[in-house]
Ligand binder design. Sequence first.
Ligand SMILES: Cc1cc2nc3c(=O)[nH]c(=O)nc-3n(C[C@H](O)[C@H](O)[C@H](O)COP(=O)(O)OP(=O)(O)OC[C@H]3O[C@@H](n4cnc5c(N)ncnc54)[C@H](O)[C@@H]3O)c2cc1C
Ligand SMILES: *[C@@H]1O[C@H](CO)[C@@H](O)[C@H](O)[C@H]1NC(C)=O
Ligand SMILES: CC(=O)N[C@H]1CO[C@H](CO)[C@@H](O)[C@@H]1O
Length: 368
Amino acid sequence: MHTIVVGAGIVGLCTALSHAERGAKVTLIERGLPGAANSTSTGGGIREKFGTKLNITLSKLAAPFWATFGERFGVDICFRESGYLFIAKNNEEATRLKAQAELQNSLSVGTGRGIRGAAFRQQDGWANQHPIVDGLYRGVLEAGVNLQVGTEALSLISNNGGVVKGVVTTTGRMLGDAVVLATGPWCNSLLEPLGLTVPVAGHRHQLLIVEPAEPLPTDLPWLISVGAQVHLRPDSAGRVLVGGFLGHDERCDLQGWSRQADDDWSQEVLAVAGREFGVVNRDAVIKHGWAGLYPSTPDRHPVVDRLRPGLFGALGLSGTGLMHGPAIGVLMADLILDGSIDDPDLAKGLGLDRFIDTDGSSGEATGL
Ligand SMILES: Cc1cc2nc3c(=O)[nH]c(=O)nc-3n(C[C@H](O)[C@H](O)[C@H](O)COP(=O)(O)OP(=O)(O)OC[C@H]3O[C@@H](n4cnc5c(N)ncnc54)[C@H](O)[C@@H]3O)c2cc1C
Ligand SMILES: *[C@@H]1O[C@H](CO)[C@@H](O)[C@H](O)[C@H]1NC(C)=O
Ligand SMILES: CC(=O)N[C@H]1CO[C@H](CO)[C@@H](O)[C@@H]1O
């Protein structure tokens, strides 16, 4: 069995690793460097506190991987158990948080109860994504994955019956038994020539690191205002990471978008965070800002499915690619090596068929 994985973001790295660990021969191709696209632009968030059963299930599947990461890959991912505090400002938001807490408790997320207008879970937190990518990079090499950096997939090779047999790359043709697209939002240019599309778009998400007038306590939880769609957490150096869609979660053009945070957004996010949380204001000094793309589907859940005989997709991780990547890798290995994903709810929730006749609505309360 030879699997070719296209894209060495967090999802491609985890997919390659799970395959190699199960004894498959794996080639992983990446046009840039591992994690260089969007997997290193994250806020590092790893949590189980989510508003949908599917997001919670994926977090639970990934949890043992995170718990043993340091031991396994020999790097410290600097996980900080800060907790996530979701804050509601009106009855409607509070009711939504309460319903989510009930769902979480029913799935043993252990989010607690008894606060009206807020929801908190201590065990969630954030890690540093750079050692995560570094550890996975070492892990795939050690597991025997043939990693080819600076190699771009240009097109898919299929036979007359439409079975995908390999990829044409900038360094030549490559044949395999299965091809996995783990390209983040850049999948449709490869799929369209086969008459296929997956509804994944890039949604630009921006973050700032600011120095507040007064340093924040480093044990402050990750604060999320549900209604204002703004969030904030301290970093390890007494500075603050601030972000949020502020109600503008639009898809963007995959060409020509800026990796820099917009000036207007930066001013606005500081003003809104100041109003919502009272711990930063416009006097905070902006140290650094950046933007990345959430690869998002219309229902904000990923696609992990067979797209065609020989062709698989691990796409559309939106805001969870880092924390859910390890779960997606395991599920993709099950799908390819065993022929299916065991859990029928997961298989259905991650399947491409769900986009036939849906209204594309999202269940998430925060837009985070
Ligand atoms: C600002 C921001 C904050 C975020 N915060 C969090 C967070 O706190 N927690 C969390 O879990 N997630 C977070 N995310 C989401 C997370 O970054 C994404 O879900 C994740 O990066 C998706 O991983 P991926 O491997 O699918 O795609 P990517 O990381 O985009 O990787 C895709 C890879 O494929 C390569 N590629 C594409 N096309 C080709 C081709 N044709 N040939 C070869 N290589 C190709 C690209 O170069 C890239 O390396 C955040 C995202 C952003 C932008
Ligand atoms: C799942 O979680 C991610 C990360 O917060 C979010 O972007 C997405 O909207 C969630 N999905 C749903 C359907 O709520
Ligand atoms: C998506 C993102 O964060 N920005 C980068 C994503 O990766 C592409 C391809 O490497 C870059 O062009 C973007 O700048």
